[in-house]
Design a protein around this ligand. Structure first.
Ligand SMILES: *[C@@H]1O[C@H](CO)[C@@H](O)[C@H](O)[C@H]1NC(C)=O
Ligand SMILES: *[C@@H]1O[C@H](CO)[C@@H](O)[C@H](O)[C@H]1NC(C)=O
Ligand SMILES: *[C@@H]1O[C@H](CO)[C@@H](O)[C@H](O)[C@H]1NC(C)=O
Length: 409
């Protein structure tokens, strides 16, 4: 069954020492695992999960090769039930080349056992690349009709699964694919170090509940760039345990914008060194937002939003330390996540709401060193007045319109 093509790539690497000529020759071997050679039909009706699992096992367990390439061929549609691809793998690099389409089941009863929370998951695979021009369709509409309010346990009939989850995948590369109609979050990256996500398209209706584009949790050194994300919830959400995250070149909307948090729900959270730049946010319900629950501890610091274009955004700039979306059973507490060193620089465009900046910080743990510079936000309605507000926020504002004088020194 295994069709493997073995070839050698020889290439020369010059040392940095400045010496001329050949210093090292590296021989790399690659083996290709085409899912159709493992029995996948690609007719959109047959359950191709067993074939994908066999291709995965062969690729992951392959001996004495540097890279495995799993090929999902073009012009076919593969139906996959919930499936987990688990490492560690023997090859240093595992590529999943998706040229065709992958669709989810269209009935909820296909989810059971430990798969309840996720449709496609990769865990403990280092050196994983998932790329290609194919499409991953989570068949979300069956889940959206009776969506949960709040966060019920997996297994509750309205608890929708995440479409694509990466857990403990160091060196992850994700690029080129189109992700549509996830039941809940489209892509979750959790406990991964050294990640590059680029050139994705993530699309779901504005009205689809909880369909975040990309969630990053407990991960470090993550770069998300040059992608189009328009869904029913956050385009990108960064949550606790994440640091050194760079986001750039994102066209976001519709949805709820780019968000840090909500932090502090389960207690302590730490987020730091986050940079969001060169993004366009269009017709979203929130723009740039940091949100935390009351009662949390830990901190979020060194977060910058730079060179962001706003187009008809409702709630363009927001810090909310009183986050409680259901407005029921909200925790009332004097403890809070400490927010500091947060800058909004070069944020320009229009809002569909009059209150364009709202920095709402905890009374006991104020926000410190908040910087607004070159922030120019006007109403989409020509001539209409807009304003900003803040409580318990310290820092400085310069070149801000509407005038913003509520920051304490
Ligand atoms: C900004 O992002 C766009 C994609 O939205 C990209 O084409 C452009 O090169 C980026 N510019 C800079 C200066 O990074
Ligand atoms: C703040 O974060 C940026 C990355 O977003 C990083 O380059 C810089 O070193 C950080 N500054 C401090 C003081 O940690
Ligand atoms: C600002 O946001 C806070 C927290 O969500 C909210 O309670 C408050 O009403 C908002 N301020 C204004 C002026 O709308």
């Amino acid at each position: 069954m295994l069709v493997s093509i073995l070839f050698l790539l020889a290439y020369m690497l010059l040392t940095a020492s400045g010496s001329k000529g050949l210093s090292r020759i590296s021989l790399e071997s690659t083996t290709i695992f085409d899912v159709t050679k493992y029995g996948a039909k690609g007719d959109g009706k047959t359950d191709d999960s067993p074939a994908f699992m066999m291709a995965w096992m062969a690729a992951c367990q392959a001996q004495q090769i540097d890279r495995s390439i799993i090929v999902v061929p073009a012009k076919k549609t593969f139906l996959l039930k919930p499936i987990s691809f688990i490492g560690p793998c023997n090859p240093t690099h595992v590529y999943v080349q998706v040229s065709g389409n992958i669709v989810g089941p269209n009935k909820k009863t296909d989810w059971s056992g430990y798969h309840l929370d996720t449709w496609l998951s990769f865990s403990m695979v280092s050196g994983l690349t998932v790329s290609g021009s194919g499409q991953i369709d989570g068949q979300g509409p069956i889940w959206w009709q009776n969506a949960c309010i709040g966060s019920p346990a997996p297994g509750t009939s309205c608890h929708a699964p995440v479409a694509l989850m990466f857990k403990r995948c160091n060196g992850l590369r994700l690029n080129g694919l189109t992700h549509v109609n996830s039941p809940r979050v489209h892509i979750t990256i959790t406990a991964c170090n050294n990640v590059i996500v680029s050139n994705l398209r993530i699309i779901a209706p504005e009205t689809s509940p909880n369909t975040d584009g990309i969630n990053v949790a407990s991960s470090t050194n993550v770069n998300i760039r040059d992608s189009i994300i328009g869904t029913g919830d956050d385009c990108i959400a960064i949550s606790g345990g994440s640091s050194n995250v760079e986001i750039s070149g994102i066209l976001c909307g519709p949805g709820h914008g780019i968000s840090i948090g909500a932090l502090g729900k389960g207690g302590a959270d730490v987020v730091e060194n986050i940079q969001v730049q060169n993004c366009t946010i269009r017709k979203t319900l929130a723009g740039l937002r940091i949100k935390s629950w009351q009662g949390g501890s830990g901190y979020a610091r060194n977060i910058s939003f730079k060179a962001i274009k706003l187009d008809a955004v409702y709630n363009p700039i927001m810090i909310d330390q009183y986050y409680c979306p259901t407005q029921k059973d909200c925790i009332i507490s004097t403890s809070a996540i400490k927010l500091s060193d947060i800058s909004f620089i070069g944020i320009v465009g229009t809002s569909s709401m009059d209150k364009v900046i709202n920095l709402s910080c905890s009374e006991s743990v104020a926000c410190t060193n908040i910087v607004l510079d070159s922030v120019y936000i006007s109403s989409i309605t020509p001539g209409r007045k807009v304003y900003g507000t803040c409580i318990n926020a310290h820092g400085r504002a310069s070149h801000v319109k509407p005038s913003f004088n509520c920051l304490k020194p």
